[in-house]
Design a binder for this molecule. Structure first.
Ligand SMILES: NC(=O)c1ccc[n+]([C@@H]2O[C@H](COP(=O)([O-])OP(=O)(O)OC[C@H]3O[C@@H](n4cnc5c(N)ncnc54)[C@H](OP(=O)(O)O)[C@@H]3O)[C@@H](O)[C@H]2O)c1
Length: 279
């Protein structure tokens, strides 16, 4: 049976752009109340005003998700303003298209801090509070298609996304007795500011002002709104994984079954990335 989302409360991290912003907007359109976070406060304020102007409810908490106090601040804000929360979407994250030799130890640790530890800490605290309140809820992590197979020069990023997916998949069954759903989202290449952050050397312009790598095949490039719609479907009918590309999903199974196939693809990708970063 499809669940109604009206008046349910969602906490969304990384809501100042891309997938988080598109999902927050769509959640608001479904009648959900929102607590939004990211570092860029002005952006959050503008999105919250847009939601409130349309008759919705949105609270903002600006800051870095890697701040150990952030998880509690977010959930406290939801409890104070809306009396609790039903959904947490731990989405904030970033990647760099850098090989391991180009990343120092601090850069590797920082990526795990933001992508992995902050999202897992938020889910742990959210689960504890939901259980304490005897309240059902839905926890979602924004992982990646790269949780299932890596890409050259995205190895550390892929590791953070795989680590998230592993924890979430087991958590799903640890929380089943409490009626709390856990899902992971596995976007393919999505037109967001992610690739500005990833400091691409070779990029292809997009009308939105955001960029994706020139070497990404067009077939595997999507909008953040597409991901947002899939997340809404998952909230209405919970599933363990949210995918927006059947092709990539099936390919990831094939690449696991046939490692030589993955090697051939990764060798070609590594060459393409090197060629584009030189040009
Ligand atoms: N785009 C893709 O192709 C793709 C594919 C697979 C998975 N993903 C995943 O999708 C998620 C969202 O990324 P996106 O594509 O929407 O990229 P994006 O447009 O760059 O959005 C990233 C969001 O995370 C926030 N953020 C990053 N670091 C943060 C920090 N330390 N503290 C607080 N907020 C932080 C950013 O806000 P501020 O800068 O304002 O803090 C922004 O709102 C990420 O987890 C990413 O790994 C993206």
């Amino acid at each position: 049976m499809s669940r109604t989302l009206r008046n349910r409360v969602a906490v969304v991290t990384g809501a100042s752009s891309g997938i988080g912003m598109a999902t927050a907007r769509l959640m608001a359109r479904e009648g959900m109340k929102l607590v939004l976070t990211a570092r860029r406060e002005e952006r959050l304020r503008a999105i919250a005003q847009e939601i409130e102007a349309a008759g919705g409810g949105a609270e903002i908490v600006a800051g870095d998700v890697a701040d150990p106090a952030m998880a509690a601040r977010l959930l406290d804000a939801a409890e104070r303003r809306f009396g609790g929360f039903d959904v947490v979407f731990a989405n904030a994250g970033y990647g760099t298209e850098r090989g391991l030799l180009e990343l120092d130890a601090d850069a590797v640790r920082r990526m795990f801090e933001v992508n992995f530890f902050s999202s897992v800490d938020l889910l742990r605290l959210a689960a504890q509070r939901l259980i304490g309140a005897k309240h059902r809820g839905h926890l979602l992590l924004c992982s990646s298609a790269l949780a299932k197979f890596t890409l050259p020069y995205f190895g550390v990023y892929a590791a953070t996304k795989a680590a998230q997916a592993m924890v979430a998949r087991s958590l799903r069954f640890e929380l089943e007795p409490y009626g709390i759903e856990v899902s992971t989202v596995h976007p393919i290449t999505t037109v967001t500011e992610f690739f500005d952050q990833a400091q691409m050397q070779a990029v292809r312009g997009h009308s939105s002002g955001t960029r994706v790598p020139q070497h990404a095949p067009r077939l595997f490039v999507q909008t953040p709104e597409r991901v947002a719609r899939a997340i809404i479907r998952c909230l209405k009918r919970p599933t363990s994984e949210v995918w927006t590309s059947h092709t990539v999903r099936l390919s990831s199974g094939l690449m696991t079954a046939f490692p030589w196939l993955l090697d051939a693809i990764l060798r070609r990708e590594a060459r393409r990335t090197r060629t584009h970063s030189k040009s």
